[in-house]
Design a protein around this ligand. Structure first.
Ligand SMILES: Nc1ncnc2c1ncn2[C@@H]1O[C@H](COP(=O)(O)OP(=O)(O)OP(=O)(O)O)[C@@H](O)[C@H]1O
Ligand SMILES: [Mg+2]
Length: 527
């Protein structure tokens, strides 16, 4: 660790130079007009340090110095601040507290109420979803800090020659997704370009490539209108999610622009990079005939040996839903609505954790982006009837700071998070009912549910999808009750669907604890 760090704090025309000669021993020198440097008002905090004082005392001395050196200063206030600064920490806080309380109690009744109600409103406004205070902290402190730390650690210095591109995994309107590998540093030299020519490096040319770190590479399409903005947006959301709720989404590693046209790379094209989280998505598991049993090992690390297969299925599906809704709860708490919640956007890790990917259609009301997106970006199979997170008549997004200031009101009136909850409901219904796991079954469901006005109970009576509902009917129909409160219209007040937090309090999950315990106690667990 550096033992002599100089920092400079500018205050008006004066500067304070702070140096740390030894860890924990801070010396504060006051500069520019000479009075501070070595003069009578200089405070050598080292002395106080030896008396066992803390960083608050360092601050107090700094305040004292500022007060002593400012020419225009109200006499009484100056005296009070100096007095306060000369106290030890405990009595300083005590004095401040009692001064505040006595000033407050001396106020007339009306004034006191104004202060109390103003503070209560302020607190509610700053902390209500999506959290103006947390958002400001994230934008103005955490994001720049992450940028600096990543830069210092070399995490943002990716270049084209660091990667080997492997098989193509998917293609959306704005990007193509590949699996890939990070070349070890000793192999990632730019000179290799001459050797490989325009075709670029090929994975087969490296015998031991499987030992390299595996990544996901998303190539943002070049020359497609809106693709670049989409890439920027996806990057922004990934950094934001990785700061706010890292366990809910694939780890984002950064981006780079290709410096030359070689193989899959096009000069100037942007690439986004993620950690490779797992070989399969929830959709891959759902397509197999033995779903949900195929997720038993990944989720529980063991086979739940029970005679009652139905209860095993119910436990597995509940565990998946609990993970999805808990992640959505965290995501929504940060003000982000994913808007593309579906089985193919949930990667199952080797440790049985479901992680969200694909934030290309996400929205954050605080940044005023993506309020009313292109319809083409939404997947009709999982999209709620209202189609948008905000009504279509919502005016164009204001600039970011204004959007941030308005966001608590917009959130309260529109509950945009309920958009994702409909999609979560469709996933639950699909997992429980095999007939809905085929594209044809899902299409039919979409048509039928619209015909009955998004009333799931009515749909159950009329559906031609060949399926049964026994998993949802267990425990007095707790699962069915939950799914009817997710797959529904939002109603006049726009709140007629459960939020993630409310869904987690639903008996389906609360009963789960008791049920899981009782079922597990009857099971023989085997590896
Ligand atoms: N971090 C990751 N770890 C493992 N696999 C991933 C990861 N990210 C993406 N994938 C795989 O790549 C596929 C496509 O990724 P993604 O959903 O981000 O792209 P997309 O262009 O939106 O494709 P689509 O429109 O088909 O969903 C996923 O379905 C998944 O199989
Ligand atoms: Mg996707």
């Amino acid at each position: 660790m550096c033992s002599n760090i100089w920092g400079e704090l500018g205050v008006g025309s004066r500067s304070f130079f702070i140096t740390s000669n030894l860890p924990g021993s801070w010396m504060v020198k006051l500069g520019s007009d000479g009075r501070g440097r070595g003069g009578g008002s200089r405070s050598n905090v080292g002395d106080h340090h030896h008396q066992g004082s803390s960083s608050i005392v360092v601050m107090a001395n700094l305040v004292n110095d500022v007060v002593a050196n400012l020419p225009v200063w109200d006499g009484t206030l100056k005296q009070t601040v100096q007095q306060l600064a000369s106290q030890d920490t405990g009595s300083l806080i005590q004095q401040l507290g009692s001064t505040a309380i006595s000033s407050f109690t001396e106020l007339p009744n009306g004034e006191r109420w104004k202060i109390v109600s103003g503070s209560a409103f302020g607190w509610f406004y700053l902390t209500a979803r999506p959290g103006v205070l947390k958002g400001a902290l994230d934008s103005y402190v955490l994001a720049p800090l992450q940028f600096l730390v990543d830069g210092a650690l070399g995490r943002r210095n990716w270049k084209r020659t660091d990667f080997l591109v492997d098989e193509r995994l998917g293609e959306g309107s704005f990007g193509t997704v590949y699996a890939g590998f990070v070349l070890p540093r000793k192999l990632a030299t730019d000179q290799d370009d001459d050797e490989f020519g325009r075709r670029g490096r090929r994975i087969e040319e490296y015998n031991d490539y499987k030992s390299f770190d595996k990544v996901i590479l998303k190539k943002v399409k070049v020359g497609v209108q809106g693709a670049d903005e989409c890439g920027e947006m996806e990057e922004w959301f990934n950094y934001r999610m990785c700061r706010a709720a890292p366990d809910t989404c694939a780890k984002y590693l950064g981006s780079f622009r290709a410096d030359a046209t070689r193989g899959q790379f096009t000069q100037g094209g942007k690439w986004l990079v993620w950690k490779y989280e797992g070989d399969s998505t929830l959709l891959d598991f759902m397509k197999q005939r033995n779903f949900p049993e195929n997720l038993e090992m990944p989720l529980f690390g063991r086979t739940l040996k029970s005679k009652d297969q139905l209860q095993r299925h119910s436990l597995i599906i509940k565990q998946i839903m609990r993970q999805i809704i808990s992640s959505l709860n965290k995501m929504h708490a940060t003000g982000i609505v994913h808007r593309d919640v579906k089985p193919s956007n949930l990667v199952v890790t080797n440790k049985g954790k479901l992680k969200f990917i694909d934030f290309g259609a996400a929205t954050d009301l605080r940044v005023g982006k993506n309020f009313v997106p292109e319809r083409g970006m939404l997947d009709p199979d999982y999209c709620p009837p209202e189609l948008y997170v905000l009504p279509e008549e919502t005016p164009n997004p204001p600039p970011a700071p204004v959007a941030a200031a308005l966001s608590p009101f917009i959130w309260q009136f529109n509950s945009p998070d309920l958009f994702d909850m409909y999609s979560a409901g469709v996933i639950l219904l699909q997992m429980a009912c095999s007939g809905l796991r085929t594209p044809i079954g899902l299409q039919l469901f979409k048509k039928e549910i619209a015909e009955v006005g998004y009333d799931l109970n009515k749909w159950r009576g009329i559906t031609k999808v060949r399926t049964n509902f026994e998993v949802l009917d267990l425990d007095g129909g707790a699962g069915w009750n939950l799914v009817t409160k997710l797959i529904c219209e939002r109603g006049l007040l726009r709140r007629g669907r459960l939020s993630a937090a409310a869904a987690l309090r639903h008996p389906y999950f609360l009963l789960g604890g008791d049920q899981a315990a009782s079922v597990l106690s009857k099971l023989t667990l085997s590896r």
